[in-house]
Design a protein around this ligand. Structure first.
Ligand code: ZN
Length: 132
């Protein structure tokens, strides 16, 4: 893994959360994108070498909606930039981590992504992402 690529934050409502994070970080949101497959709309803010990804569910049954129902709004995952996602998935599987998918999926922001199950990472949802 090379560096933290972004931090994902689950929010109820992008229209109020974007201005809040713009004010907090003193930087504008530079991209919004809907990822149908993940049932989310995302919004990105750059901060130094990394990014904040705000995630709002577009489906009441979606994973982010369920996360907020259980835990409330807040930090959802940490994403790490990897050079070769296939090699990294293999390495982590061999090291005993459990992956949430057998092959990478299309994520927001032009990335291939894969999540690690939090039960094998001390409760932290970890995302691997590789620039396409
Ligand atoms: Zn993410």
């Amino acid at each position: 893994m090379r560096k933290p690529e972004h931090i994902g934050i689950a929010v109820k409502d992008l229209s109020s959360s974007i201005p809040l994070f713009e004010k907090l970080l003193n930087t504008p949101c530079y991209k919004r994108e809907i990822v149908e497959r993940e049932q989310v709309e995302t919004a990105f803010l750059k901060i130094g070498d990394t990014k904040i990804e705000l995630l709002q569910s577009i489906d009441p049954e979606g994973v982010i909606a369920k996360f907020i129902e259980k835990k409330g709004e807040g930090m959802h995952h940490i994403a790490f930039d990897v050079e070769d996602i296939y090699a990294e998935m293999e390495r982590l599987k061999d090291a005993g981590f459990s992956l949430l998918s057998d092959s990478p999926k299309e994520g927001a922001d032009n990335k291939l992504i894969c999540f690690l199950h939090p039960k094998t990472t001390n409760g932290i949802l970890i995302e691997l992402c590789q620039e396409k």
